[in-house]
Ligand binder design. Structure first.
Ligand code: KG4
Ligand code: ZN
Length: 331
């Protein structure tokens, strides 16, 4: 079985080709980062137009790099939601037309379901269900209990900002550009995580929800009050430590509460080196198996969408071509 995966929910135009036997044959990601950087954030209309300009080239490259003819494809899998509605429409409409033109089944994939399974794209044996998954990205910070394919229980979510959004906003305040997660990660490596005691939102209250807006405000106030005496690396390290503390403690609270033996940590923020290190230490100490995708599969990509499509194709769970994008679809 060979599947073409397409992802366009935010500001990455991505296409990948996956084979049931050989795994990922190609994985192309075109990032619009430089386009949006000058606006300090994503401009949805600009994102849709750029998706439109590059999507055929990205798909063509994915097929060429995989050395797969269109006639060899068995299905097309595309992100149906959640995401920016204009961006989703471009990828989904392209995928529909592509599938219709070749008489292929079209599989609509939930973007979060893609992230959830991203660690398994590159490994032979995924853990058995059930397991806990922390999806931590620019748009989401949520904990799920994955009971089976398509059977996910939401355990907790952010009440305000997503963790990645907090990284991006703090980076902007510090003049580190957009998106700022990677820049904070790099700067934090040179700073003291105990230099500033930033708040840990909703920590230790026995609940699995998150809150990052208070932390963001605390960093803003700290920067305003400290004036010229700020050590940027210390602020970055202390901010990152506050986010990591909360993510680690809630993820393992969920693992304990649900008595599972495996934890998935995925989404753009899962590329953070501080978070990965702390998750690994904690998992080792508790004897929990940790599954974190390689950094390139943490951020948005089409390999994770194709992977879910492939599993669904193998299971024979194929919907028809009807339906549009689902911008607020939740797991
Ligand atoms: O998963 P993703 O590509 O898009 C969404 O579905 O939201 O995640 C993007 C987010 C951005 O907020 C970005 O700043 C953050 O992931 N990010 C990081 C790192 N790399 C990307 N945050 C912290 N440390 C990183 N190394
Ligand atoms: Zn994402």
């Amino acid at each position: 079985m060979i599947v073409l995966g397409i992802e366009s929910s935010c500001d990455e135009t991505a296409a990948a080709v996956l084979s049931g036997e050989s795994g990922v044959l190609s994985n192309i990601v075109y990032s619009q980062e430089s386009t949006h950087a000058r606006f300090g954030g994503i401009v949805p209309e600009v994102a849709s137009r750029e998706h439109l300009a590059v999507i055929s080239t990205v798909v063509r490259r994915a097929l060429a790099e995989a050395d797969v003819e269109r006639s060899s494809l068995d299905a097309v899998a595309a992100t149906r939601g959640p995401g920016l509605v204009g961006s989703l429409l471009v990828g989904w409409s392209f995928a529909r037309a592509f599938a219709l033109g070749r008489g292929l089944p079209l599989i609509g994939v939930n973007h979060l379901e893609g992230h959830l399974f991203a660690p398994f794209v590159t490994i032979e044996t995924p853990p058995p269900f059930p397991f806990v998954a922390l999806i931590v990205s620019g748009g989401h910070t949520s904990l799920y209990l994955a009971r089976d394919f398509g059977d996910y229980v939401l355990l907790g979510r952010t009440r305000d900002d997503a963790a990645g959004e907090a990284f991006d906003k703090v980076a902007k305040m510090m003049g580190l550009g957009y998106p700022g997660g990677r820049a904070i990660d790099a700067l934090a490596a040179e700073g003291d995580p105990r230099a500033v005691a930033f708040p840990r939102g909703m920590k230790g209250r026995g609940r699995l929800d998150f809150s990052f807006s208070g932390l963001k405000t605390a960093v803003k106030l700290y920067l305003e009050r400290s004036g010229g005496s700020v050590v940027p690396a210390d602020v970055a390290a202390s901010f990152q430590e506050a986010v990591v503390d909360v993510l680690v403690s809630k993820a393992f609270d969920a693992v304990e509460a649900r008595s599972v033996g495996a934890l998935v940590v995925t989404g753009g923020v899962a590329a953070n080196s501080g978070l990965r290190r702390r998750m690994e230490e904690e998992a080792r100490a508790r004897g929990i198996r940790l599954y974190c995708p390689p950094p390139a599969l943490c951020t948005d990509n089409a390999a994770m969408i194709g992977w879910v499509g492939l599993r669904r194709l193998e299971a024979g769970r194929l919907p028809g071509l009807s339906g549009g994008v689902e911008a607020r679809l939740l797991l």
